[in-house]
Design a protein around this ligand. Sequence first.
Ligand code: MSP
Length: 668
Amino acid sequence: MNKKTYYITTPIYYPSGKLHIGHSYTTVAADAMARYKRLQGYEVMFLTGTDEHGQKIQRIAAENNVTPKQYVDKIVDGIKSLWRLMDITYDKFIRTTDEEHIQAVQKIFKALYDKGDIYKSEYEGWYCTPCESFWTETQLVDGKCPDCGRAVEKTREESYFFKLSKYQDALIKLLEENPEFIQPTSRRNEMLNNFLRPGLEDLCVSRTSFNWGVPVTFDNKHVVYVWIDALSNYITALGYLSEKDENYRKFWPADVHLVGKEIVRFHTIIWPAMLMALDIPLPKQVFGHGWLVLEGGKMSKSKGNVVDPVVLVEKYGLDAIRYFLLREVPFGADGVFSNEALINRINSDLANDLGNLVSRTSAMIIKYFGGVLPEAREAGDFDNDLISVVSQAKAKTEELLDKLQFSTALTEIWKVVSRTNKYIDETMPWALAKDEAKKPRLAQVLYNLAESIRVVSILIQPFMPQTPAKIWSQLAIPQNQRDWSSAGTWGLYAPHAPVSQGEIIFPRIDIAKELEALAATSAPAASETSKDEGKKAAKQENAKAEAKAPEAKEAPEGIQLIGIEDFGKLDLRVVKVLTCERVEKSDKLLKLKVQLGNEERQVVSGIAQYYTPEEMVGKTLILVANLKPAKLRGIESQGMILAASDKESGKLVLVTVEAEIPTGTKVS
Ligand code: MSP
């Protein structure tokens, strides 16, 4: 008999820069589902990839003096290595620049055109470049993009349109008759009330003002971008309209498209309309999850290390990060990401609850039974309650995971962990061990503990790729006793397994120290747009300056020229401010502690009138590192921080670096 299939997708990511921990949210969730379904015996297709076309990528590439393809290739490599680090078990990674995808999109476009669902017209409207979305006058909010709130540009050009309006009634019917189609339900109401019932407008699906897209085969000044290009990935990745379409036949329609809430509209209105026009089945479900935001607002990569998944995984370990992402916030709702919440979760749920349970249990089996799992020999109080909680856990976890309720599924599993910890307090094995006559009961208690841990170790597999194997090796749980199905049956763990005291699976973290260290290594917060715009403006200024000023051979008056050997005497280094405070009785001086590679330096700087100590912490600066130490107000300063100051306006700004780079790096 053929295996049951399961097809799950993430959105395809824009390769416009480094991904932050919020991006990993969708992918980690999809990965947990894919792992879960594989464990249940499904044949799974888990698709992710990158959405590489569009004006924005073309612009960024031009700014970096590379072709769009060269630009995206590099970023896509980074995205793939992030997914490797996070142990994302995708079955296929689609790039919209893949030849097979391009050809399939061209066929889809032509098929829709031949059917009369795509027609040529002229578009006048407002365009939001970052979102790659056209908006009508009425859709704008305060004259800005309704999705991202950024400025929009007026545009008019010949375009092809998709007859979205034709599908309005069918879409309303779809949503009304299939309450499961959009999850959570609140998002379904939003689509019906805010978009579908007020009326749909036809959709602009081609552009002529840039060429980084999929060329329209029958009108090659047009390129297809975003909608028909990106959304189609879910079927082109399976070989739709190609000779090799077995996967399409096997896996389509998708079981679930996981998407962030801001792209629910694309996936529940435009995408089903496209599929209706193509006359192919619709996905079974679109799940719109909420956003992870930072305490101060939206997450962005410019917030530095605190949101960099690579840094977080290296610091705390993959399983801790994955656990946190899926446990902290109910899937569907928005949630706040903070380092404090992360460390608290690690300490309480992982180090205290699960980690301690495993190490205490193996330590007791080693101490009282020479490291051999004893046979259960004497039932007693509390056993039935424990066994009942443990035995129900698999069914409850499955029921919740089938609804993509990761957080509550983990809560269920942690009920087992808590119940088992409580069982230790209730049965007090250390007291039983004092009396030889109670050895059979002690054996039973330790068996029950180990058996409960076995069940937990199986159920956490979808969420945590590394921890189960650590537990299995400590408790020597054989392969046939760790199948997913075996988690539903109490007592399968065979006695006599050789138990050992492995490494501590989740070490406790000193929260105060850790938060301080994290703050010190984060980049200053700057909005991405202003940073990008800043870079662009700087580039234009440079270009202007280059055009105007032929090589300056002579020094301007009053400036003494130095040779490169003189400049070479300076040892300039990148440093990061760890702590900062005012110098007592001085209104000019700040005392800083800065990180310089492995070294810490104390620096006194006359900038107290321009920066507060709070503003200084976390800044990346340039230090003259080989300046003779000097004492200012009796405090030693081991170097000097560089700043630009304008005497006329009285303005002073610190010199910093343009992108993240390790401290200690030489500036030359
Ligand atoms: N390219 C489009 C999707 C096209 S799908 C046919 C896109 N790309 S994206 O890179 O901007 O976003 C990818 C996913 O990451 C989206 O689901 C988005 O919601 C999610 N997230 C981005 N920031 C996020 C958070 N801060 N929190 C949770 N998810 C977030 O959209």
